[in-house]
Design a binder for this molecule. Structure first.
Ligand code: BGC
Length: 733
């Protein structure tokens, strides 16, 4: 449809029809109604179902095509219904959770993974995914760090853009594309004390320098929707904040798509104490620039009256409706309302072998090896015991992978049997229950009345297996409902039965390789000390077991790096490598009285951002700068020679960091400004260069502008954020 035709259509809509384009209903309303039983008849409820512009949380080509057909037949203007879903790290084929994808430091792979997710979701009737989540995450207590790609704005920006490109493809009209919705705008990740839905206290310069850039990257990559966040900034919830949603998002970032609220976020303006009732909530949200009200009912109930009373202008309403109609049009729904979804096609595409093989590669790439004493890994065969509640666990995805099938998951144990065949003797023992009786998760309280007895039985079996084995592969981790939404924690250690299991098994293990499944950084000091090898597996997805065994057997190289700092103690949170300089930095030596430090814990992470071992060794030469002066319009080249000094092929993840030594505001200790994945054969050497230009040095100065300031800078190039391989340069006027 042309823009002109869209406007003609808009002008022809009744007030009610317009308002309802801005209303999103939960899919269950349709599941119990139209799609299944033909409920689009003339009851009051059916009227809402017939007119609402979009729905979420249901999938399935047959069901959604039937719904679309019936909906359009009943809609007075035959406008198609928009179907949205949280496809966060997979529809049927599940990839590593976003934090795991962050660990791969491989935007190209993430883009391909997103394209697979889009293809599967679109074939199954979906038009929009609520992803990427570009929230910066610095506090591991917040459960939703699992849904992000970590603590660094630059990496998050690369990933958010990659996901957006992958989901949307070249043309939204293409059958395999879905529209991306970047969320949660803005600064949802800064929830105070890491408690979900809590507000933020965040300065404007930190908001602009640290929190906004990754959303901007998704917007610049073309994301067609933005979701407003639950939290406040400067005391105003995003869904009632015109400065954020219009001045920043539309005017500064140039966003032209549709804005949707988070679930019930418009209604929550009332408990926030910002609106006195739902009608005022609808008014504030509309004025802020929220186009679609996700499931609060406030627009549905009150927007028509607000327009009739002149509190919301018709122009404002029309502009919002037009953005929704445009989105439908960009997806080609007016011409092809099913967007290529079809049951046969879905059957062939969902979980296709090539999708699973990409998920396997992605799982292998996401693994981060933190310790490998005496080359415990790769495994050498012999007698290997796989112990722990994750050893034979199929559920290797997050709670957000709602549309997948748990039974499709490949466990570590299954993959180990395939990988070793007769070449090793293998044993399996669960060791303990995943959680202690009475543990709260995001959805329910875990109960097992006989937990003590059951754990004692499992432990006896595990001890025997450990004593028998040459190597124990201990598979521990959080329950998948301990991260994600509504899963904040103050204790970010392993669940208690698993800590007990480790202590009890330690004396029996000759060699101990520990695999940790998690959706957040955990406190792993004791676990690190107790093990010879320690590997972070995140929530690796459908092909998790295969990806892990590919690496454990050495068939695949290891290249994953931490996308968030792993703390020594939860009391260090929020912990991130790019902290601002303090006037009293802790000295390298001594106890550092009256400097910025803890009495009972180092300042540094146990394992820092960007860290991860490989099966080979890399040497990075000193930095060679093309000059020591950078003109504002010029470019400096920073080069190093990278050598694979080990015996195996591997991929190094080279990282460029920069610090502004003197600024009008305090500057971070260092900031990531470039990443290169470099595959190298044993003995191979490559020169790797990074360009340094003025835009990379901009920040929110005291002039309240994003700009750079001439002066001295320090650059580092190395294999993690603690590298000391450094050089200096000056930016001239
Ligand atoms: C979450 C969003 C999600 C939405 C729709 C909300 O509770 O905060 O991230 O996209 O639900 O499922």
């Amino acid at each position: 449809m042309t823009e002109q035709a869209l406007k003609v259509l808009l002008n022809d809509l009744s007030l009610e029809e317009k308002v309802m384009q801005l209303v999103q209903l939960p899919g269950v309303a349709y599941e119990s109604g139209a799609a299944v039983t033909g409920l689009l008849n003339d009851t009051a409820k059916a009227r809402t179902l017939r007119l609402a512009g979009s729905t979420l949380g249901i999938w399935g080509a047959e069901k959604l095509n039937r719904l679309q057909k019936e909906y359009m037949e009943n809609h007075p203007h035959h406008i198609p219904l928009l179907m949205m879903l949280d496809v966060i790290h997979g529809h049927k084929t599940v990839f590593p959770c976003p934090l795991g994808q962050g660990a791969a430091f491989d935007p190209e792979l993430t883009e391909r993974a997103a394209a697979v997710q889009a293809r599967e979701a679109a074939a199954d009737g979906i038009h929009v995914t609520f992803s990427p989540m570009a929230d910066l995450c610095r506090d591991a207590r917040w459960g939703r760090v699992m849904e992000s790609t970590g603590e660094d704005k630059y990496l998050n920006g690369l990933m958010a853009a990659a996901m957006t490109r992958g989901y949307q493809g070249k043309n939204l009209k293409d059958a395999g594309s879905v529209a991306a919705c970047v969320k949660h705008f803005a600064a949802y990740g800064a929830a105070e004390a890491g408690r979900d839905y809590q507000n933020t206290e965040l300065s404007e310069h930190t908001l602009r320098e640290q929190y906004l850039p990754a959303y901007r990257c998704a917007v610049e990559a073309g994301a067609r929707l933005v979701m407003s966040s639950f939290n406040t900034w400067e005391g105003v919830p995003s869904s009632a904040n015109p400065w954020l949603m219009q001045t920043v998002l539309r005017e500064e970032m140039g966003f032209s798509g549709a804005v949707i609220s988070d679930w019930n976020a418009v209604g929550e303006l009332v408990p926030h104490g910002i609106a006195k009732d739902e009608k005022e909530a609808a008014l504030l949200a509309m004025r802020a620039g929220i186009d679609i009200d996700m499931c609060s009912g406030c627009y549905e109930k009150h927007l028509g009256a607000l327009v009739e009373e002149g509190k919301v202008s018709l122009d404002m309403l029309d502009a919002a409706v037009l953005r929704v109609l445009r989105l439908k049009n960009e997806l080609g729904l007016f011409e092809e309302p099913f967007h290529g979804a079809a049951p046969d096609k879905a059957k062939a595409i969902l979980g296709a072998a090539e999708h699973r093989s990409l998920a396997r590669k992605a799982a292998a790439e996401s693994l981060v090896l933190l310790k490998n004493e005496g080359e415990t890994l790769p495994l050498k065969g012999g007698k290997i015991a796989f112990i722990g509640p994750y050893a034979d666990e199929k559920h290797l995805h997050s709670a957000w992978a709602i549309s997948t099938d748990r039974e499709d998951g490949v466990t570590v144990w299954q993959a180990a049997k395939e990988a070793f065949g007769q070449e090793a003797e293998l044993r399996l023992a669960p060791g303990c229950l995943m959680l202690a009786d009475g543990t709260a998760t995001s959805l329910e309280v875990f109960t097992c009345p006989d937990a003590e007895k059951e754990n004692a039985r499992l432990l006896a079996e595990a001890k025997e297996a450990a004593a028998w084995a040459d190597t124990v592969v201990l598979c521990l981790g959080e329950h998948f409902h301990q991260t994600g939404e509504s899963a904040s924690k103050v204790d970010i250690g392993l669940p208690e039965p698993q800590r007990r299991l480790l202590n009890a098994l330690k004396p029996d293990c000759k060699r101990l390789a520990m695999l940790i499944f998690c959706g957040r950084p955990l406190t792993l000091q004791a676990e690190s000390e107790a093990s010879h090898a320690l590997m972070i597996c995140w929530l690796p997805g459908t092909e998790g077991g295969h990806g892990i065994m590919d690496v454990l057997t050495g068939r695949e190289a290891l290249s994953g790096k931490l996308p968030m700092s792993f703390p020594r103690h939860v009391g260090q949170e929020p912990l991130h490598y790019d902290q601002y300089m303090t006037g009293r930095p802790r000295p390298k030596e001594g106890i550092g009285s009256f400097t910025s430090h803890y009495l009972d814990c180092p300042n540094e992470a146990l394992y820092p951002f960007g860290y991860g071992l490989s099966y080979t060794d890399f040497r990075v030469s000193a930095i060679r700068l093309s000059g020591d002066q950078l003109a504002k319009t010029g470019e400096l080249t920073a080069a190093v020679t990278l050598t694979n000094t080990g015996k195996r092929a591997g991929t190094a993840v080279l990282q460029l960091y920069i610090r502004d030594l003197v600024g009008s505001r305090v500057r971070p200790i260092k900031e990531l400004k470039g990443v290169r994945r470099v595959p190298l054969q044993p003995g191979e050497e490559k020169e790797i260069t990074f360009a340094i230009t003025e835009p990379m040095l901009r920040f929110w100065t005291v002039n309240r502008r994003m700009e750079s300031e001439p002066g001295d800078f320090q650059a580092w190039i190395g294999l993690d954020s603690s590298t000391e391989n450094t050089a200096f340069f000056t930016m001239t006027e």
